[in-house]
Design a protein around this ligand. Structure first.
Ligand SMILES: C[S@@+](CC[C@H](N)C(=O)[O-])C[C@H]1O[C@@H](n2cnc3c(N)ncnc32)[C@H](O)[C@@H]1O
Length: 118
């Protein structure tokens, strides 16, 4: 299922894992914003947020590789992650062909897990 808003915006109601396999995207995507579940054991209805780390990072590598395959030359991915996962996120991006360019730190004061340390 999908909803279109104007001629340039469509919301797909399906797993990104399967949606990204459709060749009609390639190689037209210039920017992806990946904000996945962070595997921090939150209680969600639709997915397991407490996967074994190998399985979770395997899933992230699969998605990052699929996004890479449909991204135009010069295109980019913004990959949101918990700060404790920075090393894994960088490794995941390297493993899937991406060139690391910037680390953006977002100090989110309203987070459910607020940062109290410097
Ligand atoms: C950290 S939240 C991101 C929230 C979103 N950026 C926002 O601001 O509302 C993780 C999101 O990943 C979505 N999600 C989980 N598995 C997915 C999948 N296979 N394909 C696409 N989205 C998925 C969930 O529905 C959830 O909304």
């Amino acid at each position: 299922m999908s909803n279109s808003f104007g001629k340039n915006c469509t919301v797909l109601h399906e797993s990104c894992t399967t949606a990204l396999e459709r060749s009609d995207f390639a190689p037209r995507i210039d920017l992806s914003f990946l904000d996945p579940p962070f595997n921090q054991d939150k209680t969600y209805n639709a997915w397991d947020d407490n996967l074994p780390p190998e399985e979770y990072w395997g899933w992230m590598r699969d998605i990052c590789a699929k996004v890479y395959a449909v991204t135009s030359e010069g295109g980019a991915i913004y990959f949101m992650q918990r700060e404790k996962n920075t090393e894994f996120a960088l490794q995941c991006l390297r493993d899937t062909g991406w060139t690391f360019q910037n680390l953006i730190i977002w100090k989110k004061k309203t987070s459910a897990v607020p940062g109290m340390k410097r």
